[in-house]
Design a protein around this ligand. Sequence first.
Ligand code: DQA
Length: 142
Amino acid sequence: MKLLIVNGPNLNLLGIREKHIYGDRDYDALCRYIRAEAERLGCEVELFQSNHEGAIVDRIQQSYFDGTEGIVINPAAYTHTSVAILDALKAVQLPAVEVHLSDVNAREEFRRLSYAGMACEAHFIGLGFEGYARAMEYLCKL
Ligand code: DQA
C-alpha cells in the first residue's frame, strides 16, 4: 500500500520548538521512525512537510494522480484554520487519518476545532510519534 504522510508548519522544528510539549526528538528522527514503521508494516511511504498551506493543498491534490492509496496528515496549526486543506482531502476521496503529537483536546480551546479532521476517518491524538505508526497501521488494514 502506498501512503502519503503530510506534516504541516513548524513540525520541521521538532526538537527545537516547545520541547515540553513536543519532546526533544527532531523531524529527521520522526522521518526515520515513520520509515521504520512503514517497513515493519510492509507499506510504501512518501513524506512531505511544508510550512505553506497552498503547498500542502497542491501535494494532497497530486495524491489523486500518483497512485497514493491513503493519507496520514498532521496539518499542525492549519488543523484549526484551513478549510482549503479540508476541501483538498475531500476532493481526492482517499482514506485519510489525522495525527497530532500533543493532546490538542487538553490544550487551548482553539485547538479543539479540526477542519482537516472532518475529512478523516480515524484520529490518533496525543500519542507522540506512535500516532503515526497507529495511523499507518489503520490504513494498511483497510
Ligand atoms: C500539533 C498540534 C497543533 O495544535 C499545533 O499547531 C502544531 C502541532 C501536534 O502535532 O500536536 O503545530 O498538530
